[in-house]
Design a binder for this molecule. Structure first.
Ligand code: ZN
Length: 68
């Protein structure tokens, strides 16, 4: 199977750019993840516990706020 290039993460270009990829996996935004969530690694199980304001802050940090 192939991933359409348009779907690739604009930051790491390794995986599809999905919300969970950006929040959990993308190595290219690890510094922003640390800045906003105080951790380099988030587990999927933690997603429901994240404060929406933190997520918005994270999206702003990586330049996506209002850009999607
Ligand atoms: Zn990525």
């Amino acid at each position: 199977m192939g991933i359409e290039s348009d779907d690739l993460c604009r930051f790491c270009e390794l995986e599809a750019e999905t919300p969970t990829h950006l929040l959990l996996d993308s190595g290219a935004v690890v510094q922003s993840r640390m800045y906003c969530f105080n951790t380099f690694v988030l587990e999927e199980a933690e997603l429901p516990t994240l404060r929406p304001s933190k997520i918005i802050s994270f999206l702003g940090k990586i330049g996506l706020r209002g850009g999607l």
